[in-house]
Structure formats: C-alpha cells, structure tokens
Design a protein around this ligand. Structure first.
Ligand SMILES: [Mn+2]
Length: 265
C-alpha cells in the first residue's frame, strides 16, 4: 500500500492516560532548557514547581538543555540532582508527568524514580473531563527537518543509547557541550526551523480521537484553530535573563485554557 509508506498518513502508536476524576486544573510546560548557566530560568521554574496550584503538572520535554545520563544524578551537588530534588518535593503535592524531548531523551527510569514523576511516551492521549488531549513534545511532527528526523530515528534505538551511555560521564558531558555549541551556531546562522507538519498533526489527532493537540519544541507559542472545536496549542519555551523574559504555563480547566506567567500559576 503506497499510503502507508508516507509518514504523514501513517497512524502512530498512541498511549493513553486516564485522568483522575478530581482533576480540574492541569498545567502544561515544556522547553525550559534548564542549565546551570541560566540561573534565572531555573529559579523561576523552581519557584513555580513549589507553589503551583494545579492538580497535575505535565512536562512535555526539553526540561533540560541536555541530559547525558541518569548517573549525572549521582554526582555530588550536580545541577541534575538539584533539579530532581525540586521535582521530588513538588511530586509530593500533586502528580507530575514527564515526556522526553530531543534534548533530554536520555532521561531514563532512574531519573523518573528519583524525581517522583510518571513517564509518558510520545504521543500520549489524555482522557479528561469528557474530552481528549493529545500530548507530544512535537519534534516528531517536524517532518521538514529531514536531518533531524534521521538523527532521531537512530538516537532512539537501544543500541545507540547503550553505546553512548557506556562512555564515561565526563566524556558524555563534553559531547553534550559540543552538540549544544553546534546548535547555537545553527541558531545564529538564521537557518529556518521546521514547524509541525499540518497533515501529520491531523493524522495523529484522528488516530487518538482527540480534538486538542498540545506540544512544544518549536518555541513558537500559539493557538492554532484547525477546524470546528479543534486546536493545536503550542507551548512557550522559557528563557529568562537580564534582557529577556519569556516563560509561560498553559493552564487548562473545564472552562478553557489560558497562558499564565509562572509566578501567577
Ligand atoms: Mn525540543
């Protein structure tokens, strides 16, 4: 069948998550790109996690700028260990859900265990309040980024990951730094970024029977109306420093959704 070879029309495997009956307020965040060199972003996130009034928080990928392996948690005083402690504390107040992104896809079971979060596969459909919300990081939808899709296919294989994780932590940290500077160079070169493919998004939503799709990754926060009562909602990245203040929580209740600054969420 010719159609099935086109990824745009191939239905994905969609995992399901049934919401708890008492959940009324759901928060969605992604693309915080937490890193030691951006302390203001990390502090805004820490403060939000400690104070949020949501019934559940969904972190849809790229929480970290880079994740080089769960053994980073064992390094005394590491940034990763500090962040896991913030999560563990917040997870005692409400359930936290985590989906990996393209920067932190090596975050594994040990990270989830230590941070008290439940892992979500990408995509997952959330059945909640009589509706269905499809959740994704969003990178798999950006089909025009052909080089990245090739890297994604290779890097999500168990063999590739085992080979990388067999390297000493210091070597992996160096690999992470060089991948990061490559991506900075690309950003500065002004090369255009791919957006979520419209056909693929529609195929996914149909497969999940979900009128809503929430994703991050593109750093282009917007509410896209796709049809009657159908929405693709793109989360904001977080970037706070001396000149920039970009950070948003998407809060969903049975009445609708709003984008809030993290200090008010
Ligand atoms: Mn991403």
């Amino acid at each position: 069948m010719a159609e099935s070879s086109d990824p745009r029309t191939a239905a994905p495997q969609v995992a399901q998550l049934q919401a708890e009956p008492h959940w009324r307020t759901l928060d969605f965040i992604s693309d915080l790109h937490l890193q030691p060199s951006e302390p203001q972003t990390a502090e805004a996130w820490r403060s939000y996690m400690a104070r949020s009034t949501a019934d559940a928080i969904f972190i849809l990928g790229d929480l970290f700028e880079v994740w080089v392996g769960d053994d980073a948690l064992d390094e005394l005083g590491s940034f990763e260990a500090e962040c896991a402690a913030v999560l563990r504390e917040a997870a005692q107040q409400r359930p936290l859900f985590f989906m990996v992104g393209n920067r932190d896809f090596l975050a594994g079971d040990e990270f989830l265990r230590r941070s008290g979060m439940t892992g979500l596969s990408d995509p997952t459909v959330l059945r909640w309040a009589g509706t269905s919300i499809l959740l994704s990081h969003g990178d798999a939808l950006c089909l025009d980024d052909v080089d990245y899709q090739q890297f994604r296919a290779v890097s999500r294989s168990g063999a590739w990951q085992q080979q990388l994780l067999a390297q000493p932590l210091a070597v992996r940290r160096a690999i992470g730094r060089s991948a990061r500077s490559e991506s900075e160079q690309r950003k500065q070169s002004g090369a255009p970024y791919a957006d979520a493919d419209a056909q693929m998004s529609a195929t996914w939503m149909q497969a999940a029977q979900a009128p809503w799709l929430i994703h991050g990754h593109t750093h282009q926060p917007a509410d896209h109306a796709l049809g009657r009562q159908q929405w693709r909602i793109v989360l904001s990245d977080w970037h706070i420093d001396a000149d920039t203040r970009r950070a948003e929580v998407l809060r969903v209740t049975p009445e609708g959704w709003q984008r809030m600054p993290p200090e008010l969420a």
